[in-house]
Design a protein. Structure first.
Length: 156
């Protein structure tokens, strides 16, 4: 009986995780209003940054060393590859319009409600930078967990 008490929260956590990661990406909406000159300039600057990011992700290590004019050490090469990988993920996120869905928010809220501080720990350790908004929902669930715990202890 004791083992099931400890295993049950982890099983629930595992069962709720597919809801978080299996969401369908939403399509970006088109703008129908007029764009003023300041917005147009920002849009052009964003396109330029996007093109620079595309060029950066396509560079090889040798090409980057020729551009910078110096040989990179082992840690610099590792950092370069990690930065390239992160930039590719950002480009994919931008291209597909992936955003945090309501189902993900609800899922992480219930994880916080069921697991409390443990869910916060998992959120801070395993959520990516672009998913940090979900930590707010874990906090909401953890507050609910604390309120339920206080009510349970007061009733006992």
């Amino acid at each position: 009986m004791r083992k099931t008490i400890f295993i049950l929260p982890f099983l629930l956590f595992i069962l709720l995780t597919p809801v978080c990661f299996g969401a369908v990406p939403s399509l970006p909406m088109e703008r129908t209003h007029k764009v003023d000159s300041a917005q147009n300039m920002r849009a052009q600057a964003d396109k330029q940054r996007l093109n620079q990011l595309k060029v950066f992700t396509g560079l090889t290590l040798d090409q980057y060393q020729k551009i910078t004019g110096r040989k990179m050490g082992l840690l610099e090469r590792i950092s370069f590859k990690m930065t390239q990988r992160k930039a590719k993920k950002m480009l994919n996120h931008y291209a597909y319009g992936d955003d945090i869905t309501v189902f993900q928010k609800i899922s992480w809220f219930f994880k916080g409600l069921l697991f409390g501080p443990l869910a916060l720990l998992f959120g801070y350790l395993f959520l990516k930078d672009d998913e940090r908004e979900l930590i707010k929902w874990i906090w909401f669930g953890t507050i609910g967990f604390a309120a339920l715990l206080i009510l349970f202890l007061a009733a006992a």
